[in-house]
Design a protein around this ligand. Sequence first.
Ligand code: NAD
Ligand code: ZN
Length: 352
Amino acid sequence: MAANKKVSSAVLYGKKDLRLEDGEFSAEPGKGEVLIGVQSVGICGSDIHFWVDGHIGDCTVVAPTILGHEASGVVIAIGEGVTNLQPGDRVAIEPGIPCHHCQYCKSGHYNHCPYVKFGSTSPNNGYLTNYTIHPAEYCFKLPDHVSFDEGALLEPVSVAVHACRRVSVGLGSKVLITGAGPIGLVCLMVAKACGASVLIATDLDSKRLEVAKSCGATHTCLIDKTSTSRQVAEEVKRTIGASPDITIECSGAASAISAGIYATKSGGSVLMVGLGAPLATLPIVDASVREVDLIGVFRYVNCFPAALDLIASGKINTKALLSHKYALGEVLSAFEMAKSGKAVKVIVDCSF
Ligand code: NAD
Ligand code: ZN
């Protein structure tokens, strides 16, 4: 029987009620599971939304829930039957554990599993804590030269891998990325790694566009809030001298989806990664008559291995995203910084 471990956790009780709580951890890994000492956890926009609003759409905080789903750590103990990991291995955690039995899981679309247990989505605890238990099959061993912070970023990079796979971004693709937050930036990097030759990023914030340039954007376009979506689309086309083949929408703003539709070439695609207001007014006839496909993107399916390979091989460099780091004891300050919009990616050090 293992001794109880003292732990601190960032627990969300409801709207604007995030508490750093001390407690004890005594669980041991069961069959197929590993005990992980959590190291680095990135704060995602959805953590901020849950904290600020107490819900995202219909998904409400129904019980005190540990936040954070971009996580890495060290394997401390393995349960029965675990063969892919050993104590001491450094791992990234894929936070969604699907059921393996439903039609979506069986057909390889486990991102749509209705029974998925996704860490940090109430009531499933996330990883802003010192220890966690996780299925070994959803842990990915990090090579020595990939840091824990980069390991935490495997989660958002996996979103970008899934997005680029949804439309086969490829050699010579001209790609528009609307919104240069962390998700837009990883989409930019992954699209570049896929062979895209023109990468234009738009944002309302010039600092974010500076980061986009350092992440490989060939062009940027600063949006003036008073511009119409058509004007933004014309500016994008003028800047790159062509219509993008693919738009990867990463802001969640309806006006950006509209700009993406207007800008994208006939027969092209708009990937809707951003999740904004549940209802939006869009130029749907323009999309129809020019056969611009609107494609949904939700999380990832078997994307962590590719995300890890991209980082480990140096094909993408996520270090430019790592702007701020806080200790777990300062988690409230970390959330304030992430909410301020001044940071790119805030990491919380959860090592004990
Ligand atoms: P973020 O808020 O940090 O970044 C969004 C960026 O968009 C900001 O820099 C903002 O200035 C910019 N922006 C706002 N309005 C704009 C406009 N009209 N045109 C261009 N840029 C504009 O958010 P993030 O963490 O980068 O996440 C981006 C989006 O992706 C969010 O909506 C998030 O919910 C969503 N997301 C979706 C998935 C998925 O599985 N589909 C996964 C993770 C995140
Ligand atoms: Zn399932």
